[in-house]
Write a protein that binds this ligand. Structure first.
Ligand SMILES: Cc1cc2nc3c(=O)[nH]c(=O)nc-3n(C[C@H](O)[C@H](O)[C@H](O)COP(=O)(O)OP(=O)(O)OC[C@H]3O[C@@H](n4cnc5c(N)ncnc54)[C@H](O)[C@@H]3O)c2cc1C
Length: 410
């Protein structure tokens, strides 16, 4: 269930294992959710938990001050309140460390499976495998970020703290905006690519392997009997299988609660992106990265350049207005004035399926034939191939290659 990058990578791994697979989505795969317009970063070097003592301050301040990047509308919705309380419990130094290391473990594993998938299938998705640069404007913030750097370095992530000169060497296209940069952290093994193109291409590979994709199928309900799911009820009839995988991204908790009374700790965190056509004479940055203070993710994607930002807690509202993009447009133009044609921008918003811990929900719960693979948050593109393999291993009754401790149904 779900034809985003998580659903389609899972389908691929299951087909590889010899299963018959049908993927259901209310839209065409890769179109209906967060996998369409994300920043494109495969960012193991930035697998840092959102929940931290610093996040607590940001949350508190956002209740009283308008922040262009972190926007919170306080809500009385029980899904938000439950999630919020659990998130607050993750905002300690020790929880931040545990969660970051777990996210990092999955991200690194996932990158390995992504590399294998790309090599085995030949999918091309505007991939760039020459690293990402995490930029800072403020030298004190850069110094503050070194705590994360040493945490990930200790578990083998190659990271280099760089000054302005070296940052400009890595991305010379920043030359016109050097006043915006104090330096950064270079992560040479990180990557980027367009997750929509990847998902669409992998879907075609899956079709050749015998997979079936049903689009325009809106899943309304799961019917269970005892500890077994019996069928999926949709607007286009009923589908049944031996095993089911729930990968509806931010919408997973809605179906789980409505059909099964299972409360998943996943909340939609809205983000926005712009996609800028790259035409003759344009000079987008040669690699992707993040501008930390503006929380601006950017990736060159061949004939287009993607920039995204903003974390907004506003429920399932996917609407947007021109004001929502003011910050992204202003900052993108300041950093990369010649990256593309800013007069022909495509505007998009999507929902990150966030868990309070930042790690996805994997494995089975009360129902022995329902496998969860959801809640990948702001790193779902990064973690998708790995959690797909883990899910296929669990379905095969095998122990996954890496520990998924504390990533069960919650
Ligand atoms: C602005 C932004 C920037 C991001 N940047 C990055 C990044 O740089 N790197 C990174 O790793 N991750 C990033 N992410 C996160 C990443 O995009 C997501 O974690 C990932 O796409 C989630 O994939 P998914 O397949 O679980 O969900 P989705 O892609 O949301 O797919 C869910 C699918 O379920 C379908 N669906 C839902 N309900 C139903 C229903 N009832 N019936 C039928 N179909 C249904 C939808 O149509 C959709 O196709 C970003 C996200 C956002 C929003």
């Amino acid at each position: 269930m779900g034809g985003g990058v998580v659903g389609v990578t899972t389908a691929y791994q299951l087909l590889k294992d010899g299963h018959q697979v049908t993927v259901l989505d209310r839209q065409l795969p890769a179109i209906g959710g967060a996998s369409y317009g994300n920043a494109g970063l495969i960012a193991s070097g930035h697998a840092i938990a959102w929940g931290s003592p610093k996040a607590l301050k940001i949350w508190f301040n956002s209740l009283f001050h308008q922040d262009p990047v972190f926007r919170m509308k306080f809500q009385t919705d029980p899904q938000f309140l439950r999630w919020g309380l659990k998130f607050l419990a993750q905002c300690t130094h020790s929880r931040a460390k545990i969660n970051s290391l777990a996210k990092h473990r999955i991200s690194v594993y996932s990158q390995k499976i992504l590399t294998e998938t790309a090599a085995d299938t030949g999918v091309q998705y505007e991939q760039k495998t020459t690293g990402l640069l995490y930029l800072y404007r403020n030298p004190e913030m850069l110094a503050g970020g070194s705590e994360h750097v040493s945490l990930l370095q200790e578990v083998g992530q190659e990271l280099e703290i760089v000054g302005k000169e070296r940052a400009l060497e890595i991305i010379p296209e920043l030359a016109d905006s050097q006043d915006e940069i104090a330096g950064g952290v270079f992560s040479p093994n990180d990557e980027s690519g367009d997750s929509r193109i990847f998902t669409e291409q992998l879907m075609e590979v899956c079709r050749l392997m015998g997979g079936t994709f049903e689009s325009g199928v809106s899943i309304e309900k799961l019917d269970a009997s005892g500890t077994e799911i019996k069928r999926v009820v949709t607007n286009r009839g009923v589908f049944s299988a031996d095993r089911y995988v729930l990968s509806l991204g931010a919408w997973s908790p809605l179906l789980a609660q409505k059909s099964l009374g299972v409360r998943l700790s996943v909340y939609p965190v809205k983000g926005y992106s712009i996609t800028i056509p790259v035409e003759k004479g344009h000079t987008p940055p040669r690699i992707g990265g993040l501008h930390e203070e503006d929380l601006l993710g950017f990736s060159p994607m061949g004939d287009h350049f993607r920039v995204s930002s903003v974390s907004e807690f506003c429920g399932y509202d996917l609407g947007h207005t021109p004001e929502d993009f003011e910050h992204i447009l202003k900052t993108a133009k300041k950093l990369f004035p010649n990256a593309g044609n800013y007069d022909k921008v495509e505007f998009w918003s999507g929902l990150r399926p966030m868990t309070p811990e930042g790690t996805p929900i994997l494995g089975t719960g009360r129902h022995s034939n329902l496998f969860y693979n959801t809640g990948h948050g702001h790193l779902g593109w990064t973690m998708s191939c790995g959690t797909a393999r883990i899910t296929a291993d669990l379905i095969a009754g095998k122990t996954p290659e890496i520990s998924i401790e504390k990533m069960g149904v919650r």
